[in-house]
Design a protein around this ligand. Structure first.
Ligand code: ZN
Length: 236
């Protein structure tokens, strides 16, 4: 009797601890928010060091930003450049998973699912910026937690773009354009280091001319930034 009672008493704190832990997890998940999603996304994710996910922004019904009096669509620009980045990386022996490779509308959620399922080591979402003013130049966005590998990826891409003459003076940003507390969906829900890169303004004549005349060079530069990051992350 004594032994049994002792064993029973011993298990009570364990059960309590289990319930408390479970309650904490449930509470965290129910509170939600960027931080929680981000934290749980980082758990138990083992990426493939030779796989990269490229995400051409928008597509299908989602045209994204427009330029040249509505004739130029962000979704077309992003796909054109992304396919060239894919080709360049494949030439270098990497496996590239595309969230889309044609003019189709993929939800942000599905883009992240594709990336996470692919076990890609890096996620690069390619966009073009827009402004009602005269803004121009490239910029890169990473998660507001400012993770070191994400920063490395974004900075390497910006540095490579700068080397080929692209204007990168707008630089690297964390969070989301419309508030420091939020993040771009693709940065929040991808499990691997990620960046959302705005490759110039579709509303800038100067940027569009540069984009069209140098698209092959831009693709090589982005591939360079990605490859440098992979090598640095793997200690090579
Ligand atoms: Zn966009």
């Amino acid at each position: 009797m004594r032994t049994n009672r002792k064993r029973f008493n011993f298990s009570i704190p364990l059960v309590m601890m289990f319930i408390l832990t479970l309650a904490s997890v449930v509470a965290l998940l129910s509170v939600g928010g960027d931080e929680t999603v981000y934290y749980f996304n980082q758990l138990s994710f083992i990426p493939d060091p030779k796989t990269v996910c490229i995400d051409p922004g928008h597509g299908g019904q989602s045209s994204g930003a427009t330029g040249e009096k509505g004739k130029r669509l962000e979704k077309d620009d992003t796909l054109r450049l992304s396919l060239l980045v894919r080709d360049e990386l494949e030439k270098r022996g990497y496996t590239v998973v595309m969230t889309r490779d044609s003019d189709t509308d993929i939800s942000l959620e599905d883009r992240c699912k594709i990336a996470n399922k692919s076990k890609a080591s890096l996620f690069v979402s390619i966009h073009r910026n827009s402004s009602t003013g005269k803004a121009s130049g490239c910029e890169a966005w990473i998660h507001s937690r400012n993770p070191s590998d994400d920063r490395l990826l974004a900075q390497n891409i910006l540095d490579s773009l700068s080397l080929v003459g692209a204007d990168t003076s707008r630089g690297l940003h964390t969070g989301y354009r419309e508030g420091a507390e939020k993040n771009y969906y693709v940065n929040r829900c991808s499990k691997m280091p990620s960046v959302l890169a705005e490759i110039g303004f579709i509303t800038s004549e100067k940027d569009n001319t540069y984009y069209d005349e140098n698209i092959d060079i831009l693709a090589v530069a982005i591939a360079d930034g990605i490859e440098t990051t992979l090598l640095e992350m793997n200690g090579e």
